[in-house]
Design a protein. Sequence first.
Length: 552
Amino acid sequence: MRPESRARTRSLAALLVGLTVAAGPALSAQATGGAPTMILTGGRIFTADSTRPWATAIAISGERILAVGSDAQITALATTATKRVALGGRVVVPGFNDAHMHVGPGTRGTSFATGDSTMPDPSFAVVVDSVRAIASRTPSGTWIMTDVGERVLADPDARRAMLDRVAPKHPVSLHGFTGHGAVLNTSALIAAGVDTINDPVGGWIERDASGRATGRIDEYALFGADARMSAARGTAPAIRTYTAFAASAARNGITSAQNMGTNTTPTQLAAIEQADILQLRHHLIPFEQTRAGRRDTLWNAAHRDSPFSRVAGIKWVLDGTPVERLALMREPYADKAGWYGRANFPLDTLKAMLRDALNRGQQPILHAGGDSTIALLFTALRSVAPDSVWRKIRPRIEHGDNLMADQFADAKALGIVVVQNPTHLSIVFRGNRWDESRASRSEVLRGIVEAGIPLAIGSDGPMETGLNLMFAILNPANPAHALTREQAVIAYTRTSAYAQHAEKDKGTLAPGMLADLAVLSQNIFTVPPPMLPGTTSLLTLVGGRVTRNVLP
């Protein structure tokens, strides 16, 4: 090493030692490859690091953060080869980590919308008119699909017979926007392989008095149908869908996504990885299926993980949602006397599933919509292993809408991570599903955080980070339990990383962490809440690599 190089290294090391005191632990220059490859200065950097939550500048070396501090401290580390980014006062946050999202192999046929809402609830008459019109101008055999809500799913006329009359030569699928129920016509039932099968474990096929399927299918009957149809689509639609997904993620500042295995097969994932289109850290969580009398294992073949593609965990759906009154509650629904909901699996099956996850070393990721289902889950967990075992594995409750305050102590003792989806908070059940007392005890996000239970955020719908932040800080379903903006961002970054056992590498902007970050188009900590949905990322970095750059 030449004398001037040694002097330069000593100078960098001295500066970094100074930053250790000012900004928390920092890597040595040698540990991160010497001088920074990029610095960002002049910003409002929310690090989500409790030792130093705010800074103005950050230095990156390769794929990791070298130092965080003041403009002067960080600028002093740069060389002539360092790329410099002037932030101009913009807010920087750790890359958002969508802890519960769905992206699959794409759709086929013709999809139509009955309105602008992502949670549509049209009447069956409106849907029938659209299906009839589309069928009249669409080649026979083309799928016709739309999302619907409770009005259609609960309408006894919304069954295969009527759909067959208006579209006898087209497969028709009216898919509940929650993903837990659907109505199919005869062509679709046959194509999806559910017309004549027995009920799968955890799912139901509604039948008339003669035993014939009516077209209404729920839970694992629907999940299995979707999986079979998705697998039949092959790899080309999957590549197109994932390409669009990666672009949307970069635009929203999402650098990590935890994908609930939405029917993406091992073959499709291999093709996506081969095409090198992800451009973010993609964690696929296997969503295993069932058939009559048994559970299936789709992901039994080994997957070779990489820094940008990982397969881990196992997801099970333990009940439905309050929209269809299928979440299993400890108190009856206010608008259906004597009805408590329905569990998908008996307690013995739930125990077997947890033992299987434990034996395979897989983190159990469990949709539990109702507080009674959550109580059954806690009983099952403790019958399978001590709390100390589960605290290491971190079982997840996806959604957690009805985790009640009297269940907080058990959740904390078991090491439960709650993954909430803020758009759920826009569905206000006061006056129908819940009475006022019950509504005040649901959607208690702030209570979960204050109880010390890890709370992460995932979209489970639109991947628009600003929209999800808005609902988290307003919590229209229970405003008394809205999150602060800082709490919401931490849940969307640091705790989302914790939820996937990755908190040592990402989720905070601190020395040694991966350089995953987003430079935002507006200050999400000060703008009025209605403006938050307009937030985009102007510069998105994944491991120091630019995946989006529209900085002026």
